[in-house]
Design a protein around this ligand. Structure first.
Ligand code: COI
Length: 360
């Protein structure tokens, strides 16, 4: 693969949005990274070019058979102006795991991370520095070959776009209401639930729409076979604090292995707080609540960071968790993770990666 990244300058820069009211994923920076794949060339022509719409053949296979995968990570601006990424090598690795499951050719993880750093450095003025804000990075790959037969495509595009963003759910630490879904399922073991493919999100929308219509922010998915065991929330993994111990569903092949999930587990171990990855039924969660032992529930994800859950609705019952207030542990984890990301706290795990001009 050609390692030189071409740069095409745009004539005029866009006006930056009001950083105080960013919301999530609504604005895009001036440039994007693009690279193509052809079975005869491999990945080729890496370039940073002005952000603009794409032209695609209507027969491009992604429109018909859905070979599309993505990642989500963030760049942070520390108080001293340093730009940091958080465990980006995990996203590169997961991107390749998603490629593998969807029969998309592997990417060079080191090269893509270098390209992302270069793009971020070019776009450093787009990194917001307000409380709870960051530059959301969205790498994605999809099939472009015009062909209507069903098989893995011979042509793909990889793009990285950047979006200055604030909290995913309106107010960062206000507890959300979650609906435990029993009619629809997200993923089955042996399927694609453990990778980040667009179809997982398409499949979730019907239930999400239903939940929102009833005043819930998100769905808590149960396993597809028995409709019994907790899996994940649509945009984050889930944790329960029961009687002083933390439990999160064990990765089973249908749950997404979140980077924030892994970081929460590592932190809890570091703090000597008991944490278990286990198969846990929704019934057990409600029983723990009945015994007065369900102390906190929170979601963890790149976009959502740490999102306390204030209410769970399942089987015509609603339970309120921790008086619908953010729990002490959720708050502590949020502060530690965002503190590390923003360079305000020490980084004992070496999770942060600096984006400096010398590295690009
Ligand atoms: C992320 O947390 O980065 C995600 O990809 C969730 C998303 C679908 C907003």
């Amino acid at each position: 693969m050609k390692q030189e990244i071409t740069f095409i300058q745009r004539k005029e820069l866009k006006e930056k949005p009001e950083m105080a009211s960013l919301g999530f994923g609504k604005y895009y920076s001036d440039y994007m990274f693009v690279m193509d794949y052809h079975v005869e060339n491999g990945w080729y022509d890496p370039r940073i070019i002005p952000y603009a719409p794409l032209t695609l053949d209507p027969a491009a296979m992604v429109f018909h058979y859905g070979q599309a995968i993505f990642e989500g990570l963030k760049a942070y601006k520390a108080a001293d102006g340093t730009i940091q990424l958080f465990r980006p090598e995990k996203n590169m690795k997961r991107l390749n795991d998603s490629c593998d499951r969807l029969c998309i050719p592997q990417i060079d993880e080191t090269f893509l991370l270098r390209a992302i750093k270069q793009l971020i450095f070019t776009e450093k003025d787009w990194i917001p520095d307000g409380e709870g804000t960051s530059l959301y990075i969205r790498p994605f790959i999809f099939s472009t070959e015009p062909y209507l037969g069903v098989r893995p495509a011979n042509q793909y595009k990889l793009l990285v776009i950047l979006s200055p963003s604030g909290a995913y759910y309106g107010d960062q630490l206000s507890p959300v209401k979650i609906y435990v879904e029993e009619q629809y399922v997200r993923a089955v073991i042996g399927g694609v639930g453990h990778v980040k493919t667009s179809g997982n999100y398409a499949a979730s929308m019907k239930a999400q729409e239903k939940a929102e219509a009833n005043g819930f922010a998100q769905i808590l998915w149960l396993d597809a076979k028995e409709n019994k065991y907790v899996e994940e929330v649509g945009s984050m993994n889930i944790f329960f604090k029961i009687n002083g111990e933390v439990v999160t569903p064990k990765l089973n092949g249908s749950i997404l292995p979140g980077v924030t999930r892994d970081s929460v587990i590592e932190l809890l171990k570091y703090w000597n707080i008991p944490v278990h990855e286990a198969k846990i039924s929704i019934e057990e969660i409600f029983a723990a609540h009945e015994r007065g032992e369900l102390e906190e529930v929170f979601g963890a994800g790149t976009a959502a960071v740490i999102s306390p859950v204030g209410e769970l609705h399942w089987n015509e019952r609603s339970i309120t968790i921790n008086d619908n207030k953010i729990g002490q542990l959720s708050q502590r984890i949020y502060e530690e993770i965002t503190g590390i990301q923003l360079g305000k706290k020490g980084d004992p795990f070496n999770w942060t990666v600096k984006v400096a001009p010398v590295e690009v």
